[in-house]
Structures are given as structure tokens and as C-alpha cells.
Design a protein around this ligand. Sequence first.
Ligand code: GLA
Length: 388
Amino acid sequence: MNEKLLNTFTDKFGEGGNIRLFFAPGRVNLIGEHTDYNGGHVFPCALTIGTYAAVRARQDRIVRFYSMNFEEKGIIDIDLDKPLEYSKELDWVNYPAGIIWAFKERNLICPNGFDIVYLGTIPNGSGLSSSASIEVLTGYVLKSLFGFEVSNTDLALIGQFSENRFNGVNCGIMDQFAIAMGKKEHAIFLDTSTLDFEYVPVRLDGIRVVIGNTNKKRGLGDSKYNERRSECEKALELLQGACSIKTLGELDEKTFDGLSSVIGDPVLIRRAKHAVYENRRTVRAVEALNANDIRLFGELMNQSHVSLRDDYEVTGNELDTLVAEAWKQPGVIGARMTGAGFGGCTVSLVEEDRVDAFIENVGAAYKEKIGYAADFYVVDIGNGPEEL
Ligand code: GLA
């Protein structure tokens, strides 16, 4: 990996100087979906797959970007002295450029440019946060090259800010936080209303985390994502007429059920219901894991998928098929979609000695029903960003 990256770096940008290598993970969310912009809890973990970068400082004010995942785009550069804004021509570089912009908004100004090559081992657009991984990685690179005093929580916030304000996706804090704060063999139980968090050991003796990629490219995903977010905001506003809450995450199921009629619109009721119930489910799931009750944890994962399918409506045929086939397999503790939805990936907990059969059976059924193949990755939980 490192050699491939270094070879490409010297090939594109020439030899010599101090070339430094960095890594930031991808993430998978175990439970707590579409709760992070509703003031609820999430329970993601960082993965050992992620994004690598080779970097060398320059004397001038130019930054040159190259990605081994988008070789056809060639080298894309920006001038630090010119105003930075989102543009179609920047293509994937909008993610790292957004970080440089967001640092500048915090008065953290890059004193000089650099050359950088990225290599991602997360499939793009799969819902394992390849973009947040690039964002946090770039922030970590800036911090390391220029000595900026920013904590890893800051890197997460800067990543989210740039995604919201530079790239126009109103995402919550989950992805960037999970990546910036990742810890080997632990998931992160994060309260998104306070950013208080707890590392929970994921002791999965004899159980593996298996990710299934629908290979359905998300097209309208981002606009649908923003739509869900504003539906929740509308529902919250209506509920605020009946009780004093700041976020949907403050409600429990019973209180919500008692109040929900003030929302009126049945679609908005279902959206808000998901946000409230999913948050409570996440809290219960973590309690179950802490009590070593992995079966209950799995059952709550399944319920999470049903809610995302029926109430939040962010799954679609591909994700539903992959999950329904997973549920049929022996040795499956729980399975659900993960991430924003509308395509992307599923996460399943599978007994180790059943994993091969699981991949084979679910893969065959998926191909038959959907017409093209899914991919599967048996993943490990890893650390946050680092210099290699
Ligand atoms: C995307 C967003 C996150 C979160 C999830 C859904 O991954 O980036 O902030 O909202 O969707 O849980």
C-alpha cells in the first residue's frame, strides 16, 4: 500500500524532499441512523479500511491534488491566494479544498502549499464515509504539516462544517466524529446534542462484522438526505407548539406518541417517529451490549432497519433485499442498512463459522433478484487518523 502510494507520488510530483504518509479510517454505523441531526445518539465505529495520503510541502502557495481512485481526473490544483469556493471543475477535490477553506474560516491559514496523493480503500459512494475520511485526513495533514492547534474533535467539526457550508450537504456530526475519534475494537456511543461520548468495547467473540455493498450508486441521495432533514425540522417545529423541546432526541416513545397528532401530516409523523424511536433504540442497544446481550443488540439492529424502511423511507429495493436475505441466514445476529441509505451498504453481525456461507447465499440471492452482484467485506474496527 505505502509503496504503491509513494511510487505514484514520485511519478506525479517528482522525487526528493520529505514525503510524509498519513491514514484516516472509514466508518460503519452499528445503530442510530438519521439521529445525529436530530440531537440523538449514534453508535458508529472506525474501520481499518480508509484513505491514505502521501504529502510533501511546497515553497509556493499552490496545492496540487491527485487521487489514485480518480486517475482519469489527473492532477487538480488550487492557489491558496485565490478565494476558494465549491466548483464543478474541482470534482472530488471539493472535499479536501473545503477543509482548507474551513481552516481559513477559523483563521488557520496555510503558510504554503503542498503536493498530495490520496489512495482510498473504501469503495466510493458506498456509505462508508469515503468523503468524511478524506476530510478528516486532510485536516490531520494540515495540522501535522503546519502545526495548527486543533483537537480531533475540532477536526470532526471542521469536516462537518466544510461538508455543510462548502459542499452543501447538511450532514450531521456522526461520520467525521467516528473517523476522527476512532478507537480499535471500540464503538463510539455519541450524544450528538452535547458531543459527550463513551468508548464501548465491542467484544464480539466468535462474531464478525460483515458489510454488504449494494453497488447501487447513490444519485439523488444527497438531495433526499436534505429533504429528510427538513422534514424532521418541520415536525420538530410543530411539536414545539405543544412542548418545550430543542430536538427530537429529547423525547421518549411514549411522550412522542402522546403528542404526535399535533404534527398532523402522516408523513411527517412517521419521519419524526423514526428519529425518536431510533434514538431510544440506540440507547437500549448500547445497554444490551454492555450487558453482553448480543442477541438483543441484533434484534434492535433489525428493528432499526424496519423503521428506516417503513417510517423513514431511505432504504429502497437493493438495501431491503440485501437485509431480507441476510435475515434468512443461519448465524445472523442482526442486519440493517448503514449510513444515509438510498443505496450504499448494509451491516450484519454474523457468527464467524457462518460467514462464508452467508456471503455466498446472500450474494447469490441478491444477484438473482437485483440483476447485478453485491460486494462483501469482513471488517475490523480500527483507530482514528495517524501519521504512518
Ligand atoms: C450520513 C451523514 C451522517 C448521518 C447518516 C445517517 O452518513 O453524513 O451525518 O446523518 O447519514 O445516520
